[in-house]
Design a protein around this ligand. Structure first.
Ligand code: IPM
Ligand code: MG
Length: 347
């Protein structure tokens, strides 16, 4: 198997290093690694956040393990050159349209959630976020109004095929879980969302065994902190999914815990922690590597056909937590590499 490693910016390289240590123990030489530059790091060395060589490495790989991108030094660059374009470009070029973001609370972390432990303990949900369309990829720009005032704009749209393919991923995911799918939109205000809802309902005819519900995004945000246990699988658009998945992560204890997978139709996938590059703690050894280690487990399961190895990694993470291993975000004192050591010891 070929895995592309794109560590990226900020804490990205630190957390990727721990995931690779774990993969080497679990998979040995079943995996070969190709390293590529992305983000601000790539921009500084090559002039582009997603250089052509990196894209080539990505295309040739069975899966991509991605750290994080984002660098305050690059905030004033034109948008096409900013670090974020690396992840957006990979999603788009490889047609990685289905972003799977599980939020489950390890029982050992019930106290780390900002929710009351008995509420947090209920969280076991999967957000299926569309990641190839929506306002992220619509026409955008800066212009002047008739009276010469500056105006920014970003066009939001979804066509029915884009909605249908992510809706099917939502229904299939729900089928493999507890059979409940909640589609989140803003159909009371947005035409994009009205089409979304209409198409999700049409596709539901193919999945009569799945219990489908609809929720407006504002209500969903509220329900996620009120009673997260009501959700099984959520399917939503790119922007709503971006926001709700950060929210769900904090309910589950820490944003440092949650992995993600972004798949295309041939199940090639990009795997990344849902947290960002955290420039404020980069280089301090404070980053929690577990989201990335758990992303590596998802990679084994979804793209590399190594489910047993994925289980081993997930059990080792649970065991390390059970043994009291905690990084700063979880209220502990372990450094990034000490947390890696704790997982290796559990393995
Ligand atoms: C995420 C991130 C990205 C997104 C950024 C870095 C472009 O927030 O993966 O959730 O908005 O999709
Ligand atoms: Mg995000």
């Amino acid at each position: 198997m070929r895995v592309a490693l794109f560590p990226g910016d900020g804490i990205g390289p630190e957390v990727i290093a721990e995931a690779v240590r774990v993969l080497e123990v679990v998979c040995g030489d079943a995996i070969e690694y190709d390293i590529g530059l992305v983000g601000g790091t790539a921009y500084k060395q090559t002039g582009h956040p997603l250089p052509p060589e990196t894209l080539e490495v990505a295309r040739a790989a069975d899966a991509i393990l991605f750290g994080a991108v984002g660098d305050p030094d690059c905030d004033n660059l034109e948008r096409a050159l900013r670090p974020e374009q690396a992840i957006l470009g990979l999603r788009k070029h490889l047609e990685l349209f289905a972003n799977l973001r599980p939020a489950t609370l390890f029982k050992e972390l019930a106290d780390a959630s900002t929710l009351r432990p008995e509420v947090a303990a209920q969280i076991d949900l999967m957000i299926i976020r569309e990641s190839n369309g929506d306002v992220y990829f619509g026409e955008k720009g800066m212009r002047k109004t008739a009276t010469g005032r500056r105006e920014g704009y970003d066009i939001m749209s979804y066509n029915e095929d884009e909605v249908a393919r992510i809706a099917r991923v939502g229904f299939e995911t729900a089928r493999a879980r507890r059979g409940k799918l909640c589609s989140v939109d803003k159909a009371n205000v947005l035409e994009t969302s009205q089409l979304w809802r209409d198409v999700v309902i049409e596709i539901s005819a193919e999945f009569p065994d799945i219990e489908l519900s609809h929720m407006y995004v504002d209500n969903a945000a509220m329900q996620l902190v009120r009673n997260p246990g009501q959700f099984d699988t959520i399917v939503t658009g790119n922007m709503f999914g971006d926001i709700l998945s950060d929210q769900a992560s904090m309910c589950a204890g820490s944003i440092g815990m949650l992995p993600s997978a972004t798949l295309n139709a041939s199940k090639q996938g990009l795997y990344e922690p849902i947290h960002g590059s955290a420039p404020d703690i980069a280089g301090t050894g404070k980053a929690n590597p577990l989201a990335t280690i758990l992303s590596a487990a998802m990679m084994l399961r979804y793209s590399l056909g190594m489910a047993a190895e994925a289980d081993r990694i997930e059990r080792a993470v649970a065991k390390a937590l059970e043994n009291g291993a905690r990084t700063a975000d979880l209220g502990g004192k372990l450094s990034t590499s000490q947390m890696g050591d704790a997982v290796l010891a559990a393995l």
